[in-house]
Ligand binder design. Structure first.
Ligand SMILES: Cc1cc2nc3c(=O)[nH]c(=O)nc-3n(C[C@H](O)[C@H](O)[C@H](O)COP(=O)(O)OP(=O)(O)OC[C@H]3O[C@@H](n4cnc5c(N)ncnc54)[C@H](O)[C@@H]3O)c2cc1C
Length: 381
């Protein structure tokens, strides 16, 4: 191979940077390309915080991956000597039969996880920022907390570079050309050869992986930060990270105060507005803000105060709100990673390992069958 690379990585966001760090640590010769810079404002990976939890209500099948993700996050922290994962617990509130509560109980029962069921009075005493309706319950996952996305990505980039990965920023890949001997990765400035390529381009995934074009849909997501009058109620310890199931209105999520902007809230899927990833993010408008302000007025009334900041971000949705992690059908040299659907960040540390396995060894021992192209085809048939 002329350039001597084993693996090229396209996209050094959350997933690509983790794959680069895992591969470089194994002594694999890695080259990486990032169209902009890590965790930039048009990526899916900025905004200070991401939820992590173990009792996964979406599907118990994610729990084994989460166990490995927790191990890998702690290893990453040790390597960087920096805190990335902070345990605050995650409080999940809703009707006793809502998806969030039932799903968390199911995951906990199947995998022997500790969760705590709390009634309205107990929540009022322990976490007085939240209001609950008569008959609602709360399910507390003590393993839950938040991750620092910018720190994690910068850390993975740092480790990859220190282990010898060659990383190019502000250099978009324009084409990937596979042949019998490997792949050619084409950017404006160069043509590089590698044995394999990992495509982890987030909201732009279907640009280089046309097979995902009808399925991977980027949508607008909005989050806002608030500085309440009584800030004591929203500090970690008093306010855990949280998810609130609002029935037909979907679910809201949030984090305690972890920086000068205050505590943060958003609605999962927001207004489900499809966006063009090549255009600037649509601005945050009055409708976006009213949705979150109204939630706070109803559910965290003590948390009203000054809205200090609000930003748009991008989810890349797949059918079934799941992930795609697989080699291209009929092309084992191209590994594709589209693990978002609004909940992929907590898995970054294990997905980096999985992508490294697929690119270096052609297979992984970690359970990713639900994220294959054939599972996607079955879901969309
Ligand atoms: C507001 C918000 C809240 C979220 N909350 C949570 C949460 O609480 N918990 C959770 O687990 N997950 C959460 N998620 C989801 C999670 O953040 C994403 O799953 C994850 O960040 C996706 O990472 P990625 O690497 O796929 O994409 P990105 O980090 O966007 O990386 C893709 C990169 O590829 C680059 N790129 C694109 N095209 C090219 C090209 N042609 N050449 C070179 N580079 C290219 C881009 O510039 C970008 O940097 C949330 C997402 C958002 C937006």
């Amino acid at each position: 191979m002329s350039d001597g690379f084993d693996v090229a990585i396209v996209g050094l966001g959350a997933m690509g940077s983790a794959a680069a760090a895992h591969l470089a640590a194994r002594g694999v010769r890695v080259v990486g390309f990032e169209a902009a810079y890590p965790a930039h404002p048009l990526s899916s990976s900025h905004g200070d915080s991401r939820l992590i939890r173990l009792g996964y209500f979406e599907d118990p099948a994610y729990v084994p991956l989460l166990r490995r993700a927790y191990e890998n996050w702690r290893k990453l922290e040790q390597a960087l000597r920096e805190e990335i994962l902070t345990l605050t617990g995650v409080l999940q509130i809703g009707a006793p039969d809502c998806d969030v509560v039932l799903g968390t109980k199911k995951s906990a029962a199947l995998h022997g996880l500790t969760i705590e069921m709390l009634d309205r009075e107990t929540v009022r005493q322990r976490h007085p920022a939240f209001t609950m309706d008569e008959g609602e319950v709360a399910c507390f996952d003590p393993q839950g907390g938040y991750l620092r996305p910018e720190r994690a990505i910068a850390g993975h980039v740092r480790l990859a570079a220190a282990a010898g990965a060659q990383l190019h920023f502000n250099e978009a890949v324009e084409a990937i050309e596979p042949d019998d001997a490997g792949v050619t990765v084409v950017s404006a400035g160069r043509r590089l050869r590698a044995a394999k390529v990992i495509v982890a381009t987030g909201p732009w995934i279907s640009r280089l992986v046309p097979a995902l074009r009808p399925h991977a849909v980027p949508i607008k997501q909005v989050v806002a930060w608030y500085q309440p009058e009584d800030g004591f109620l929203t500090v970690p310890g008093r306010m855990p990270s949280f998810i609130r199931d609002e029935g037909e209105e979907g679910s809201f999520f949030g984090f305690p105060v972890i920086g000068p902007d205050g505590y943060k809230v958003g609605r999962h899927l927001h207004l489900q507005e499809e966006i063009d990833p090549d255009q600037p993010n649509p601005p945050v408008n009055d409708v976006d803000l009213a949705l979150i302000d109204d939630f706070i007025a109803r559910r965290i009334p003590t948390g009203r105060g000054r809205r200090s900041r609000a930003v748009s971000c991008r989810y890349t949705m797949l059918p079934g709100e799941t992930f795609l992690i697989d080699t291209m059908p009929g092309e084992k040299r191209i590994v594709v990673a589209s693990p978002c659907s609004g909940h992929g960040f907590k898995f970054v540390s294990v997905i980096g390992e999985i992508l490294a396995d697929l690119a270096a060894d052609g297979e992984t021992g970690l359970p990713i069958a639900p994220f294959s192209f054939s599972a996607l085809a079955a879901r969309t048939a």
